[in-house]
Design a protein around this ligand. Structure first.
Ligand SMILES: *Cc1c(COP(=O)(O)O)cnc(C)c1O
Length: 390
């Protein structure tokens, strides 16, 4: 594997490893992983402890849930929840929420693997509370809501909220579960983004179990986090699948480290790279683009260097409608094609991934780290990136 520089402007780029962690977070993990740790050791009692204990309290404090745990990724979390709560029974899901996320994770297929029977209700664009209610039988084990992370249905639409779904609990004792996908823990609207449902909202509105990714908008390590009622989480912790899907010490430590930042929203936005990139002021990006372009020009490369407005995106199947204003450094080579330039950038010692538009190479400064500018220019010179021979 190689470090690469991300000039694509896609913050959560699944092919480039999704959420980057900060050096401060990594040093904590290094300290834990390079020696022994109390991963599953209760220091107070001097006996076996639980690997979730390091971040369970934090998650409960942040989200308002009773209990928490984590598995390998969110796909595993969905599988574990359904296998524990709905095996051999029916799980009711709206037809508008039967999502496929990248890497062929499809809700209907995961459900089948988990042993739950999918009972789809409503239509693609409209599902009503009565659709769920009419589908309830003795065999119904859960009502499931899936966040349509990577697509939106617009126009003549209606979907049922968690709050409405949980209102059915007065009459039927059927737990409500939600796959939130991204797992946002702060209100992104405050930072000028579209509303993305938070984990806190879901818990507050009565969801019994909620799951989400660790490395999407949360900005942590790859993990599938599960929060909710203690009664259900306890059953999940005992499920044999949990052992097969369990997280390792790197993940447990990274989750604890990143989640601690959320105790103060200010700190989270500053110290978690994903949130920092999303909320970074345009002025700061403009300044970085200016510095970068001036340094490039001063090298007299056979290329036209300019700075232009562009749009970054969140990626990772999160907030698909969201485009954030950003600034890009554009490189138009004189003597080689833009495609060849892009190819050569990918073969640098530290490969650089950009976008090609209108015959220019675009490096979006929201995801291209300012700290890497000098290293980038050194590589361009040393590896003669603009040479005309092949
Ligand atoms: C991304 C996503 C998943 C899969 O999460 P991973 O952590 O990538 O396994 C599952 N459900 C929804 C709704 C998602 O958005």
């Amino acid at each position: 594997m190689k470090k690469v520089l991300n000039g694509t402007g896609t913050i959560l780029h699944t092919n480039l490893g999704r959420a980057p962690l900060s050096s401060a977070h990594i040093s904590k993990i290094m300290e834990i992983a390079s020696g022994y740790s109390n991963l599953e050791f209760d220091l107070e009692k001097g006996q076996r402890g639980e690997r979730y204990s390091h971040f369970e309290k934090l998650l409960c404090e942040i989200t308002g849930a009773e209990a928490a745990m984590a598995v390998n990724n969110n796909a595993a979390a969905v599988m574990l929840i359904l296998n524990t709560m709905a095996k051999n029974g029916e799980a009711i899901v709206s037809r508008g929420e039967l999502v496929e996320v990248g890497g062929k994770f499809r809700i209907p297929d995961v459900m089948e693997q988990s042993g739950a029977i999918l009972r789809e209700v409503g239509t693609t664009n409209k599902t009503h509370l009565s659709d769920y209610e009419n589908a309830i039988t003795e065999n119904t084990k859960v009502l499931m809501k899936v966040h349509t992370s990577n697509y939106r249905i617009v126009g003549f639409t209606e979907s049922v909220s968690i709050k409405e779904l949980t209102s059915l609990k007065k009459q039927y004792e059927i737990p409500v579960i939600e796959d939130l996908g991204s797992g946002v823990l702060i209100n992104l609207e405050k930072y000028g983004l579209l509303h993305e449902p938070t984990v806190q909202e879901s818990i507050k509105n009565g969801a019994d179990v909620v799951c989400f990714s660790g490395d999407k908008l949360l900005g942590g390590p790859q993990a599938g986090i599960i929060v909710g009622k203690k009664k259900y989480l306890e059953q999940m912790k005992k499920n044999q699948l949990t052992r097969a899907l369990r997280i390792d010490k790197f993940t447990a430590c990274a989750l604890e480290t990143v989640l601690k930042e959320y105790l103060s929203e200010k700190k989270a936005v500053k110290n978690i790279p994903v949130l920092e990139m999303i909320t970074r002021p345009l002025e700061k990006i403009k300044q970085a683009a200016k510095t970068f372009s001036e340094k490039l020009r001063s090298e007299d490369f056979p290329a036209e260097i300019s700075v232009k407005k562009c749009m970054s995106q969140i990626g990772g199947g999160s907030l698909p409608m969201e485009k954030i204003e950003s600034m890009a450094v554009m490189i138009r080579p004189f003597s080689i094609t833009t495609e060849l330039l892009a190819k050569r950038l990918r073969s640098l010692t530290v490969p650089v991934i950009g976008r090609v538009t209108e015959d220019q190479l675009v490096l979006d400064m929201r995801t291209f780290d300012e700290k890497d500018i000098d290293c980038f220019i050194e590589m361009l010179k040393k590896e003669q990136i603009f040479r005309t021979e092949r």
